[in-house]
Write a protein that binds this ligand. Structure first.
Ligand code: IPM
Ligand code: MG
Length: 371
């Protein structure tokens, strides 16, 4: 099959991590008989410099014509003083909203090879883990096109006060919950709704909607946590979680926390999807590592490309239905980690025989070798 992919490298380490990701996709294509064609597009700071806006119309229109979008990262100090609507981050929000990808899936699992890079003690990792060994395997489903990220905001006339608003409709909550339930059905049948229903009205609507919907999924155990408690439970007993469904802002925060438990934010991939088409054709999706543009290490061949590479696996799985190919990429990443090769973010025993520290390029090449 032929698939067209919009490549948006963006800023900072974005281009460096997308290069190996693209090479891995091509290698998977060659191995399994698929052709991936790329349309390279500009967004973020680069687009501001060249076109005066973070998400040029041409970028959005060309991205929509592709089967899926692979994005590196956007943002950097150079553009930090621009007004909100002109910041590079607007490109991300605009893409997410315009592509209608309201569910952001962020899988966070502790790979056994990275046990030492996880800051938690063995007993914490074992206690709550049904598998009975140190580890966890959870999926955060973050609502991505609503809530406070997209609500009304502003400043008072004299600039001395400012506001942002969290608004959710039942429809928005229900559709992302359904994606969470579908994911839980293919996993360990547990779904935890995270909100702040003891304080926020929008959270009470989340909880009511989930309570009503949970009856349709009797095989899935639905539970509820306030977000402050959830943040604590994640570092107290991460093994208790299977699927977490939550709002845009809470999901943003909790996924960074979960990523640190996997060893590094440089390991976490994400898939953003909408409602799958009924004709079984490709599902438009936006795939991106959850890390940012990391300007401090940009251009130094120091970034971990694994989150970007693992994002391509998610693309193959969710947009193209290519499970074997996706698993092959994940297997290659695992095989490379078995050899002890590490970028510096996931290295803990640096300089020992067990670990070899490497850079972005070499890490990407190693994955290719094992594919
Ligand atoms: C993420 C990022 C973005 C977000 C930023 C860069 C706008 O933190 O994808 O988690 O907040 O959604
Ligand atoms: Mg974030």
């Amino acid at each position: 099959m032929n698939y067209s992919i919009a490549l948006i490298p963006g800023d900072g380490i974005g281009p460096e991590v997308l290069a190996p990701a693209r090479a891995v996709l091509d290698a998977a294509g060659t191995k399994y008989g698929h052709v991936f064609t790329y349309v390279e597009l500009e967004a973020g700071g680069r687009a501001i410099d060249r076109a005066g806006e973070p998400l040029p119309k041409e970028t959005l229109e060309a991205a929509k014509r592709c089967d899926a979008v692979l994005l590196g990262a956007v943002g950097g100090p150079k553009w930090e003083t621009l007004p909100g609507h002109l910041r590079p981050e607007r490109a991300l929000l605009g893409l997410r909203a315009s592509l209608g990808v309201f569910a952001n899936l962020r899988p966070a699992a502790l790979l056994p090879q990275l046990r030492a890079a996880c800051p938690l003690k063995d007993e914490v990792l074992i206690a709550s883990n049904p598998a009975g060994k140190p580890g966890f395997d959870l999926l955060i489903v973050r609502e991505l096109t609503g809530g406070i990220y997209f609500g009304e905001r502003g400043r008072s006339a004299d600039g001395s006060s400012a506001f942002d608003t969290e608004t959710y409709s039942r429809t928005e909550i229900e559709r992302v919950l359904r994606i969470g339930y579908a994911a839980a059905a293919g996993r360990r049948q547990k779904l935890c709704v995270v909100d702040k229903a003891n304080v926020l009205e929008s959270s009470r609507l989340w909880r009511e909607t989930a309570q009503a919907l949970s009856g349709e999924y009797p095989d899935i155990e639905t539970s509820y946590l306030y977000v402050d408690n959830a943040a604590m439970q994640l570092i107290r007993a991460p093994g208790q979680f299977d699927v977490i469904v939550t709002s845009n802002l809470f999901g943003d925060i909790l996924s960074d926390e979960a990523s640190a438990l996997t060893g590094s934010i440089g390991m976490l991939a994400s898939a953003s999807v909408g409602i799958p088409p009924e004709n079984g054709s490709a599902v438009m999706g936006l795939y991106e590592p959850i890390h940012g543009s990391a300007p401090d290490i940009a251009g130094k061949d120091a970034a971990n490309p694994l989150a970007a590479i693992l994002s391509t696996a998610l693309m193959l799985r969710y947009s193209f239905g290519l499970e074997t190919e996706a698993a092959a990429i994940e297997g290659a990443v695992s095989a490379v980690l078995d050899t002890g090769l590490r970028t510096s973010d996931i290295a803990v025993r640096s300089g020992t025989a067990a670990e070899t520290i490497t850079g972005t390029r070499e890490m990407g090449e190693a994955v290719l070798k094992y594919l």
